[in-house]
Design a protein around this ligand. Sequence first.
Ligand code: SAH
Ligand code: SF4
Ligand code: F3S
Length: 480
Amino acid sequence: MFIVTPGCGTAPGLTGAPTGTARCGTPARRYNGTSVEKTFYIETFGCQMNAHDSEKVAGTLIAQGYRQVPTVEEAGYVFYNTCSIRDKAEQKVFNRLQPFKRHHEGKVFAVIGCVAQQEGEKIFERAPHVSLVAGSASYTKLPEMLVQLETGNKRVTGLSLDTEDTFDTPFTRRDNPHRAYITIIEGCDKKCAYCVVPFTRGPERSRTSASVLEEARRLADSGYTEIQLLGQNVNSYRDPSAAGWDFADLLDAVGGVPGIRRVRFTTSHPRDFVKRIIDAIDANPNLCNHVHLPVQSGSTRVLGAMQRLYTREKYMERIAWMKAARRPIAITSDIIVGFPGETEQEFQETLDLLDAVQYDSIFSFKYSPRPNTPALGLPDQISEEEKTRRLTMVQEKQRAIQIRLNADLVGQVEEVNVEGRNDALGLWLGRTSRNRTLGFLHPNGEPKVGEYLDIRVTRGGPNALVGEALPAGGNRSGVN
Ligand code: SAH
Ligand code: SF4
Ligand code: F3S
């Protein structure tokens, strides 16, 4: 779920840009009396929302005549799209911005994303060579901000969270020509006691269903077959137009767009997760049988202190819906250990919940105290050492579960979407509908990236499966 992606120099899937706007060898601009190349480098930290934001930022820059380059050294403008979900994530950007690095000379630095929104103008104090600080709600204003920079403004900020038009970014330079993100809802109205997102991304704003479907159709027309619907809490999606759709309605409709073979969505909040989502997955094979439903803790008392708005029992009710589905649904989760006041007994309840659910995979984290959040002031903070012990226990238990679940898949046939090749392993790589990585041999030729193939699973490890491609039209018994 968490990624660090340096941008690449090419522009596959540039959508919406007027023809001829993405130019190479663009002229240098004057900046503070120094010449700055109209080239940019962008590095992304954090979640899929940030990854997609970077695609929008890159598209906007390309449309303004900037050229994307793969290294900081080659760039006139350096963008860091930042994450502040945990302290470690936040520190990464300040490491990148350390002064006196040789490659800083003559470049314009921009800090965008969640750290930008959280720290605002304080970033200029910590890193005086930064010229632009902007949160995600201000990206539609980026062209104006760039003009300000190019005309010699030393410091430009975009920190308003009021904007209504975040979705109408007309330019997106997608990283992948087969799989595309679509934002359906921005911000978060939940107030989980540990979380910065409501501060860094502002209140919830849903996009109209017509606009989502229009983008999905446009993507299908240009060859995309997989779509991932994005939001901090997709389940609280409410169509602001007269149609008034909820998330289940939207999911069903996107799954029906001709040409789209896979639809994923992230992230789901258990409180707003309704059974109709499972009914939609059951009814439409284009909807991937994978649900990421972060639980955070197995203890109802801790969930209350976290302000998660559900109990362990309510959560398990949703798990029961998934286990009863017609197609086996992969269930994944996020876990936080060492929330302030979490007792050993309450921690054991989380371990016990892992046994009860049998997640296909999890992301697990040590609680990290964050600025402005209610949990910051709670008593009984757990020591770093203890948090490490609990995290290790969670990860060991989960590893054993995954080894077992993946071993159970040996002999099954899974459809994968081919993602590339791992030369070191000598295997092609694909992803199953249930979001597992499957490395495979292809005895009869070279598969194409983006192609869908049936693979028989021959081996299961803790984090991935290994298999062999079936001959076209081969025996699919055991498909699930
Ligand atoms: N909107 C999503 C999660 C977004 S953040 C949801 O509600 O599920 C992704 C994950 O980071 C969270 O699920 C949580 O497990 C983790 N996280 C968030 N804040 C954290 C903090 N302060 N310390 C440790 N982990 C945190
Ligand atoms: Fe953060 Fe909670 Fe909102 Fe998720 S639902 S983004 S954890 S406040
Ligand atoms: Fe990080 Fe912001 Fe996403 S804090 S997890 S990049 S919403």
